[in-house]
Write a protein that binds this ligand. Structure first.
Ligand code: 3PG
Ligand code: MG
Length: 435
């Protein structure tokens, strides 16, 4: 199915190998709070070290400013703030230079990798500077160095060619194992190969696994195959709704985007999140499902509140109503009890389930019940059904709830798995050598 070469297809003994990983892990006060992406990258790194490669690891972390570039560039958000007179470019840059070296450094990741890999990993405090180059030159077979945050250079997202050359440095082989960032076309994820700077370019075991598990389920699913989509906006999931509808037997909709579907059926949705412009699209999807003989399942009851909780986890009064009777002054915030039961029944009857997106405002304990119920339903079929969590918020929810080891596969990609489920070609994979 996957026609791209993997690390198994190249000889790496004694070779200098540049590996793009996705170490963009959640951190709180310098502590890594979820190391799934680090653990996911280990098989490839261990393989390369055991095979006698000299390994340079690289990744981005968060969305920093280009504090290591000759020129610090402002992002769109900053520019708006400056235009609005809220602050100045100098103040933004000064703050970034002060905070980001501590907040968005990959140093904690290097430390953790070094623990996991028995003292074989060092850290470079820059990306294409003196420290990185000295440490890369000094690598012996079976040793690795992790470079500092790639996005400390605007040239990473800017696909700057001389940056690509400097990043390649002396590498003879490029390995992409950053599944979570494979939907981005940046210097380290695609351009370094597209410009012909490193010609031998293969994928690692994490990308191989993500694609084979998700690909097999999407293309040749055990049936019934149920897809569950949630999350806030229909607009973010247009293609995934349409693509999954073609592949699955039952498409279940929850979360904020359900209200646009309910509106498309002619129901009042009160002050719920509504994507006015997408009502027509939802009608088309309802028709498409009917024509294809697919089941499109919408919430039958809805948990409503009078307002959005502020802060998001504040205590809040709720009232559950039938989904075709949401009062004009109330907003839908979660799927109701009858819907939870209905969705659990659909999951219980399935042989494969793909889930992406929460069912309600799960950051609030009162409004998390729908998301918990879906996670529980998936955990309950463990061993009898292939269950795939398409990353992002649903992966976080499953882990928070302690169900992580009750799922067949939890993707390390959020946006990347969504784009994969849409049927899109991911630039980080397209650029690699064919088999
Ligand atoms: C992610 O966590 O979504 C990936 O690491 C990609 O990061 P990005 O969305 O900032 O490009
Ligand atoms: Mg993202």
């Amino acid at each position: 199915m996957m026609n791209k070469k993997t690390v198994r297809d190249v000889d790496v003994k004694g070779k200098r190998v540049l590996v793009r990983c996705d170490f963009n892990v959640p951190m709180k006060d310098g502590v890594i709070t979820d190391e799934n992406r680090i653990l996911g990258a280990l098989p490839t790194i261990e393989y390369l070290l055991d095979a006698g490669a000299k390994v340079t690891l690289c990744s981005h972390m968060g969305k920093p400013h280009s504090i290591l570039s000759a020129e610090v560039k402002l992002n769109k958000k900053d520019k708006k703030k400056v235009e609005a007179g809220e602050t100045t470019a100098e103040a933004i840059i000064e703050k970034a230079k002060k905070d980001e070296p501590k907040k968005l450094t990959l140093a904690p990741v290097a430390k953790r990798l070094n623990e996991l890999l028995g003292g074989k990993v060092t850290f470079a405090t820059d990306v294409i500077g003196k420290d990185a180059n000295a440490k890369r030159s000094a690598l012996k077979e079976g040793e690795a160095v992790l470079l500092e945050n790639l996005r400390f250079h605007w040239e990473e997202e800017g696909k700057d060619e001389s940056f690509c050359k400097a990043l390649a440095y002396d590498a003879e082989v490029y390995v992409n194992d950053a599944f979570g960032t494979a939907h981005r076309s940046h210097a380290s994820t695609a351009a370094i190969v597209e410009y012909g700077i490193i010609k031998t370019a293969v994928c690692g075991f994490l990308i191989e696994k993500e694609l084979s598990v998700m690909g097999a389920t999407i293309e040749n699913p055990p049936r019934p195959f149920v897809a569950i989509l949630g999350g806030a906006k229909v607009a973010d999931k247009l293609n995934v709704i349409s693509n999954l509808l073609e592949k699955c037997d039952t498409l279940i909709i929850g979360g904020g985007m359900a209200y646009t579907f309910l509106k498309a059926k002619g129901y009042e949705v009160g002050t719920s999140l509504l994507d006015e412009e997408k009502i027509g699209y939802c009608k088309d999807m309802i028709d498409k499902a009917a024509k294809m003989g697919k089941e499109l399942v919408l919430p039958i009851d809805t948990v409503t509140t009078s307002h959005f909780p502020e802060p998001i986890d504040a205590a809040i009064d709720v009232k559950t109503v039938p989904s075709d009777q949401i009062p004009a002054d109330r907003m839908g915030m979660d799927i109701g009890e009858k819907t939870r039961k209905l969705y659990a029944e659909k999951v219980a009857g399935a042989k494969a389930v793909v889930w992406n997106g929460p069912m309600g405002v799960f950051e609030n304990p009162t409004l998390a019940k729908g998301t918990i119920a879906v996670a529980q339903a998936l955990a309950d079929v463990y061993g009898k059904c292939t269950t795939i969590i398409g990353g992002g918020d649903s992966a976080a929810a499953v882990k928070q709830l302690g169900f992580a080891d009750k799922m067949s596969h939890i993707s390390t990609g959020g946006g990347a798995s969504l784009e994969y489920l849409e049927g899109k070609v991911l630039p980080g994979i397209a650029c690699l050598n064919d088999k």
